[in-house]
Design a protein around this ligand. Structure first.
Ligand code: ADE
Length: 419
């Protein structure tokens, strides 16, 4: 029993069972945990984490605790909390967890404040709400902060803006920048779990549909690949010429949103920007269009505009809200426009979170080892950590590497060999 705040503590046994299931698919993180039980690199370090409260996050929290840290956790999104996991963290694992699925904005921020009240020395964020609240409301804590980590693209963008404005007051490791993070979690994790969320919410057939992916970053590439794999005709909407070109050569139709809007059966936003789908697009959509967001914040679909256009809105299935436009056409919004993969499904599978969270754990240890020596800026994950995570993941999969011969090594290090 801890001081945390969760929906129903009696859900703890179900949460524990699911956490253990995920753990079975997180061999890299488990390996770190087993080493840390002996070496205790985080002994006595207080960590405040603001992450999606899922089974995978629970295993990261267990790992930090095994390393000797005192951890407190809150949600990084009001709709992503798995209530059984929050209960198990509080009841079984003794990790104070403040998170309730569906919490309103006031509760969401009160939970962030509760975690900050534990007096952290290290922060862990997914979207930078913890760091921005700390900088805004708890500047008294700043002198004791050793550093922080950030999980996601949107959070890294916010932190870099803070650094640029001279506002960032401690070092933060951008976990998202690790190749063993974004090339797998963002691509395969978001790809699969977004389709999973759409299917769980709607049970709609993707084969034969037109599926519009707005944004062709790592997440968009993943969503487009999985939608195509399920038989959809995929349209990509992109503002960046290089990404648009890549999408064309990957075999997708690429066009502006205005042209895509009347064609799509499904729309998924993964831009990191606001208003990617807005009034003029809703106006052009076919009856029954399904729209979802897989970007970090719920601003990518302009929901207030949709609400203002609708003569009626109603919940038609769990995680599906239908907006009836003046002429009777219906637009169906999934998971309130919040991350559909976490709101309507269980988020990225454990196998990819294994790498993301191994990076998180090793980055925290890296920060703690360098306490007081780093600058107030956003750091990349050190290359040796990134490679170490890849090596451990391959080993867990039973995949061996080829080795360079001495002659090949010499060849790579010489400039004399030419035509
Ligand atoms: N972000 C996306 N999927 C996640 C998961 N399963 N756990 C934690 N954070 C996530």
């Amino acid at each position: 029993m801890t001081i945390g705040d969760c929906k129903d503590r009696s859900l703890a046994p179900a949460g524990q069972q699911r956490i253990e299931w995920a753990d079975d698919n997180m061999p890299v993180l488990k390996g770190i945990r087993e080493e840390w039980e002996k070496t205790r690199p985080l002994a006595g370090v207080r960590i405040a984490a603001c992450l999606h409260v899922t089974t995978e996050t629970a295993n990261l929290m267990r790992t930090l605790k095994a390393g000797g840290a005192e951890v407190a956790l809150c949600a990084s999104n009001p709709l992503s909390t798995q209530d059984d996991v929050a209960a198990a963290l509080n009841e079984v694992y003794g990790i104070p967890t403040f998170a309730i699925r569906g919490e309103d904005e006031e509760t969401y921020y009160s939970h962030i404040r509760s975690v900050l009240a534990t007096g952290p020395q290290v922060t862990m964020d997914d979207g930078a709400d913890l760091v921005t609240t700390l900088h805004g409301e708890r500047q008294d804590l700043l002198p004791q902060i050793v550093g922080g980590t950030e999980e996601t693209t949107t959070g890294v963008i916010r932190l870099k803006a803070m650094e640029r404005d001279g506002y960032l007051r401690f070092p933060v490791v951008a976990v998202n920048e690790a190749r063993t993070k974004h090339m797998f979690d963002n691509r395969y994790g978001t790809g699969q779990s977004t389709v999973d969320g759409i299917l769980r919410a709607t049970n709609a057939l993707i084969a034969g549909s037109t599926f519009v992916v707005v944004g062709y970053g790592w997440c968009g590439r993943g969503v487009a690949a999985r939608a195509r794999g399920m038989g959809a005709d995929v349209i990509v909407v992109e503002v960046d010429p290089l990404r648009a070109l890549e999408a064309v050569m990957d075999g997708y139709r690429v066009m502006p949103m205005e042209k895509a809007a009347p064609q799509g059966h499904f729309f998924v936003t993964v831009t990191g920007n606001r208003d990617a789908i807005r009034e003029e697009h809703f106006r052009a959509m076919r009856d029954g269009a399904i729209i979802a967001n897989a970007g970090h914040f719920d601003v990518e679909i302009n929901i207030p505009a949709l609400a203002a256009m609708a003569r009626e809105r109603r919940q038609v299935r769990p995680n599906v809200e239908e907006f009836v436009l003046q002429d009777g056409r219906r637009v169906r919004l999934l998971a309130e426009g919040r991350l559909v993969n976490l709101g309507a499904a269980e988020g990225h599978p454990a196998q990819v979170m294994d790498m993301s969270f191994a990076n998180q754990a090793l980055s925290v240890a890296w920060l703690v080892q360098r306490a007081g020596q780093l600058e107030r800026k956003v750091y990349a994950v050190p290359d040796d950590i990134d490679r170490e995570v890849a090596r451990r993941k391959l080993a867990s999969m039973g995949v061996a590497l080829e080795e360079l011969t001495p002659v090949q090594r010499e060849y790579l290090n010489s400039w004399q060999f030419g035509t």
